[in-house]
Write a protein that binds this ligand. Structure first.
Ligand code: GLP
Length: 223
């Protein structure tokens, strides 16, 4: 594991965007795993700028997002799909058919999980998986206690997570469940880039990088 410490959020975002671009230039048909949250917004802005300047062609890129809230579709402003459209997809030339997120509105959620796994498999391995991390150490929506081998599954969100994410909700309650790539799925990516910033994440970062690998800190598996 390589740790890169940056001066501030801007430098972290620029470093992350450069890292993604370097992979895209090397492999134009990159399979990219993507997170939502406040953390990656600066990096997404820079990827959009790079595209506008003609330095980033997403026409052959395939993306797989980590997760989606149960019950929400891309038309819901609170969905992760909407977040991704707004911050990245709508401003690049990525093809809609190459964008994958779990379908939060699927009637049979377990079948949707299996289908998502199959879609990732069919794309070959994820070349680069970008991650954020929550203050409780979760990645995707793999809350503390999630088995390390977990595949894409329906996760029940902790109260801590629902409270934290409520500030991004325009109305109504944060759903109690989500469909998330599992830790085992995430670990199959060829490379993983985790972004973290702010004092609220400090303990989670220390536990992830230097702590004992244990299920209570899902991100510690990255060691
Ligand atoms: C959510 C997402 C995670 C994300 C985390 C942190 O719960 N499921 O993928 O890493 O929040 O979000 P933020 O970057 O806003 O702190």
């Amino acid at each position: 594991m390589k740790v890169i410490i940056t001066k501030n959020y801007d430098e972290m975002s620029a470093t992350a965007a450069r890292f993604v671009l370097a992979h895209l230039w090397r492999k134009p048909d990159l399979v990219l795993g993507l997170p939502t949250g406040e953390t990656p917004i600066g990096a997404y802005e820079r990827l959009v700028q790079a595209h506008k300047k003609g330095r980033a062609d997403f026409s052959r890129v395939t993306t797989f997002n980590l997760d989606e809230y149960a019950g929400l579709s891309e038309n819901d402003v609170d969905s992760f799909h909407h977040f991704m459209d707004h911050h990245l997809f709508n401003h690049t030339n990525i093809k809609k058919k190459n964008i994958y997120l779990p379908n939060g509105r699927a009637r049979d959620r377990n079948a949707e999980c299996e289908q998502y796994e199959a879609e990732i498999r069919d794309a070959g391995r994820i070349d680069l998986q970008v991650l954020g991390i929550a203050p409780n150490g979760h990645i995707g929506f793999n809350e503390p206690g999630t088995p390390f081998a977990a595949r894409t599954h329906v996760a029940t969100l902790s109260e801590h997570t629902r409270k934290k994410n409520a500030k991004h909700f325009s109305g109504g309650e944060v759903p109690s469940q989500a469909i998330t790539m599992g830790l085992g799925t995430i670990m199959e990516a060829k490379k993983i880039l985790l972004l973290a910033g702010g004092a609220a994440k400090a303990d989670a970062v220390v536990a992830t990088v230097e702590g004992r690998v244990n299920k209570e800190v899902p991100a510690s598996l990255l060691q």
